[in-house]
Structure formats: structure tokens, C-alpha cells
Design a binder for this molecule. Structure first.
Ligand SMILES: [Zn+2]
Ligand SMILES: [Zn+2]
Length: 200
């Protein structure tokens, strides 16, 4: 089985369900991440519930392409894994490129296919619009380049693949993964760590 993430229309900016854009839900006292390269406030990309936790993904867009924002450890992006209980809307910084241009709901749809490529084919064969497929939840990453599974910064074990994300269904409001790239989200459940990278 492969679980596709399908664009499902506009979402509330504070929705607790899977979405791209909007406002991150975070623990009390959360500090909005700043870019390790340019020190600007990062852009919030995605809210992804995972079991009893939530993953929040950010990357810098203040100097697109100049902050190593594709790199899991370069300082130009940041992913968090929080316990879902008790999260509150983050305070969005006034300065910097902090929000996507739209809030888009993501619907999980299980497809009897072995891997992302086969699932995409089945989706299209069944009359689904390929541009509405916004990635997958779990399974195995469909790498554009080679395998870049990151190690957990806390326990150093290879992290578990959580999701992959397309830039967005609409070019005007999409994330920037280098122009048609794919973003990859990894986590370590034991350490409550998360990591993000993209390839194009
Ligand atoms: Zn930056
Ligand atoms: Zn770990």
C-alpha cells in the first residue's frame, strides 16, 4: 500500500489536520526558527500529524537558493516533531518571508500500489488529476537524486521516513523546492526529532 497526499481544497490556517501553509501549531513558548545562514525568520511549509505527534516543517525563503535550504543540516531549514496535545498557534514574526500564499488541505488516500511511482500511475489511471497529488505519507521515499536519509541529531541512528511533499498544486502559492523539486520529511520517534531536505 502507498498513502498518497491529495490536495483537498483550501484549509483553515489553524487546522489540526494535514495541510501546507497557514500557521504552525506549537508548544507554549516556541521560538519561530531563524535561518542559520541569513538569520531571517523561516517560512512555514507544512503541518503533518503523525500518530500522537505533529511535524512542522520550515525553510528559509529570504534569499531563495542562497541559504542551503535544501540541506537537512545546513541551517537553512528546520523541522520539529511535537507531542500533539496542548499545541497553540505560533506567533508569526512580522519580518521575513514567513507564510505560503495559500493554506491547502492534504487528504490521505491509500492506494494498492508498491511505491510512489506506481501509486501515481494508478491515481492517473483512475481518472485522478496528477497535479493534485502532493506527495505521500510514510512508505519509502521516491528520491529525485540519491538516498540522503539523515541521521538523528540526538541518537545518530538513521531517521525514519515520514512524508514527501511536492511544491504545491498551484505555482503562485507553492513552496520553493528549486523548481519542481520534492521535499522529504524524516523523524526519530524516540528522540522526538525531525529533519527536512529537498532534491530537484
Ligand atoms: Zn536564510
Ligand atoms: Zn534519535
Amino acid at each position: 500500500m502507498t498513502t498518497l497526499l491529495i490536495h483537498d481544497g483550501a484549509a483553515d490556517p489553524l487546522a489540526p489536520t494535514p495541510r501546507t501553509g497557514g500557521v504552525p501549531l506549537v508548544p507554549e513558548g516556541f521560538a519561530w526558527p531563524e535561518c542559520g545562514e541569513c538569520e531571517g525568520a523561516m517560512q512555514f511549509l507544512a503541518h503533518l500529524p503523525l500518530d500522537t505527534d505533529v511535524v512542522a516543517v520550515f525553510q528559509c525563503q529570504n534569499d531563495p537558493g542562497l541559504c542551503d535550504e535544501w540541506d537537512a543540516t545546513g541551517g537553512g531549514n528546520k523541522a520539529f516533531r511535537f507531542a500533539a496535545e496542548g499545541l497553540v498557534p505560533a506567533v508569526v514574526p512580522e519580518e521575513g518571508e514567513t507564510r505560503l500564499g495559500a493554506v491547502s488541505a492534504l487528504r490521505a488516500e491509500r492506494v494498492a500500489a508498491d511505491g510512489f511511482a506506481e501509486a501515481l500511475d494508478q491515481w492517473a489511471d483512475g481518472g485522478g488529476e496528477p497535479r493534485l497529488v502532493q506527495g505521500q505519507l510514510g512508505g519509502a521515499p521516491a528520491w529525485v537524486q540519491g538516498d540522503e536519509t539523515p541521521d538523528c541529531p540526538a541518537c545518530t541512528a538513521p531517521m525514519a521516513f515520514a512524508a514527501q511533499l511536492e511544491e504545491g498544486h498551484d505555482h503562485a502559492t507553492a513552496a520553493n523546492f528549486g523548481g519542481g523539486g520534492i521535499g522529504y520529511v524524516f523523524t526519530c520517534g524516540d528522540c522526538r526529532e525531525a529533519a527536512f531536505l529537498w532534491q530537484c
